[in-house]
Design a protein. Structure first.
Length: 147
């Protein structure tokens, strides 16, 4: 690779993330970019989904699922002929993406995005990745909806 371009793709296994992975793969090939995939063990969501009782066994299960998701993404990219590095983080998704973007000095962040509908739109505050855009520090953030 002779390009200095770097892409970081956040992958959570959702349909939107799968769409983002495909689109980012096309960009990586076109730019001859160094490509990184990040999955996150989202401890905040995990604690909420277990009613605040995140035991070791539940955490290990969540971590294993996250590792499986990363392997799925890396395998898909590799099958497309894309050289890719994988990373796992633990914590808040937006903070983890921003931290890895800075650590890896990426130029482009790619995330799947689901438009809020109905009650979720009415109740929700800022969109999930608004904080990411604020923390991107001059990086391009691409949100990819379901194709």
């Amino acid at each position: 690779m002779n390009s200095d371009q770097r892409i970081l793709i956040y992958y959570d296994g959702s349909a939107e993330a799968k769409s983002a992975l495909v689109r980012a793969g096309r960009m990586a090939v076109a730019l001859d970019a160094h490509t990184h995939v990040l999955t996150v063990v989202d401890t905040g969501t995990s604690v909420v989904s277990t009613a605040g009782l995140l035991c070791d066994l539940a955490y290990v299960g969540i971590e294993n699922t996250t590792r499986d998701l990363l392997k799925e993404a890396l395998d898909q990219m590799s099958e497309s002929g894309i050289v890719v590095s994988g990373h796992i983080a633990v914590g808040n998704v937006v903070e983890s993406i921003a931290r890895h973007a800075e650590m890896l000095d990426v130029d482009l962040l790619v995330v799947g995005y689901r438009n809020r509908r109905g009650f979720a739109r009415w109740l929700g505050g800022a969109a999930t990745y608004t904080g990411l855009v604020e923390r991107a520090k001059g990086r391009t953030v691409v949100t990819v909806p379901l194709e």
